[in-house]
Ligand binder design. Sequence first.
Ligand SMILES: [Zn+2]
Length: 375
Amino acid sequence: MLFSSHRGLARFCNTLFISVAFASSCAADSDSLPSWVPAESPPGVFYQTVDELRSFYKLTEDFRSARKGTYTLAHDDTSIEFGPGARELRINGVDITLSRPLMRNKAGKLLISRDDWVYWIDPVLRPLYLSNRTQVDTVVIDAAHGGHDTGVACAASSEAQITLQVAQALQTELEKNGVQCFLTRTGDYFLSDRQRVDLANKVPNAIFVSLHLNSSNAEKMGPTACILTPSPVDQNERPGNAFACKNAALAYALQYTLSSETQSSGGGCCHTHYSLLSSINMPAVSIELGYASNTKEAIALSSPEYRTRLADALVRGILNYTRATSPAATMPVAPSVPRKITPKKDSSKPKASTPENKPDKASDKRRSRRSNRRR
Ligand SMILES: [Zn+2]
């Protein structure tokens, strides 16, 4: 069961090879602005064509599974759907809210912002290429609210009670899998954000998972994974933290297993500027386990069986993340040569394959054999 859900994050990244140089080269200057970026593009925002993304990850167009109005790229069992909302992307069934709207250039080509490519898509598709991969020893589990701060009401219970119950169930299941846990809150008492941050930041080699409930209109339901907005895409120019790409991989891993378990896409993965996340010194995600405002989901969240299912899904997601980002995770035998993303000033179209960026057929065959052995 763990293996099958692991494939979405790790198997795919083992079959795709592009240099991490791309992810670190997002700070393009105006001279490198490709001529095909639409004139209406906001200043300082750089776009790439979705065709570029497709060839970069060796994806093919796939119309078989497309929802109405969507454009789908696929590779093996991985798919990326664009639209129908201007800021919507769906990777393997997980909705991702983009920081910039998708656009079309004058030639009608679909465009995606380079920041969304760098800070969402690439960490999800290629966790092996995250910089400074470290072994995760401990999961810091943060049950939100507590004491006089009960959070939102949820059926006959409260957000504070339910998040603590899920936190404790998650601790039990993670420890069964040999993962150490640290709970910021172990009972019904109040902790300030500062106290939570101070407790968490003392734990070495850890990731931080904060648990909340959502509340909106009565129709909305399902889990949501929020991470700190990376500074380059924050409209208010607030600082992010040093874990923007790891945060994205972690959010996707957890949202993937949660939405699979609940059969609900919920709010998907999104950016937020939750102040607590900005001070946490480790990869961090805030999980909204479901909507207390939805009667059906509020009743489910009040049941121990449902909370155990959520905890199990979180365990699977956490294990998927820790395996995929472990320093011991297998690096590709022969990654592609770093590909320059800065086109020449006079180029009106993306360059065709050159000897420098041409796929290495011999290493493709080696990868294919390794991939087959894994199946
Ligand atoms: Zn909350």
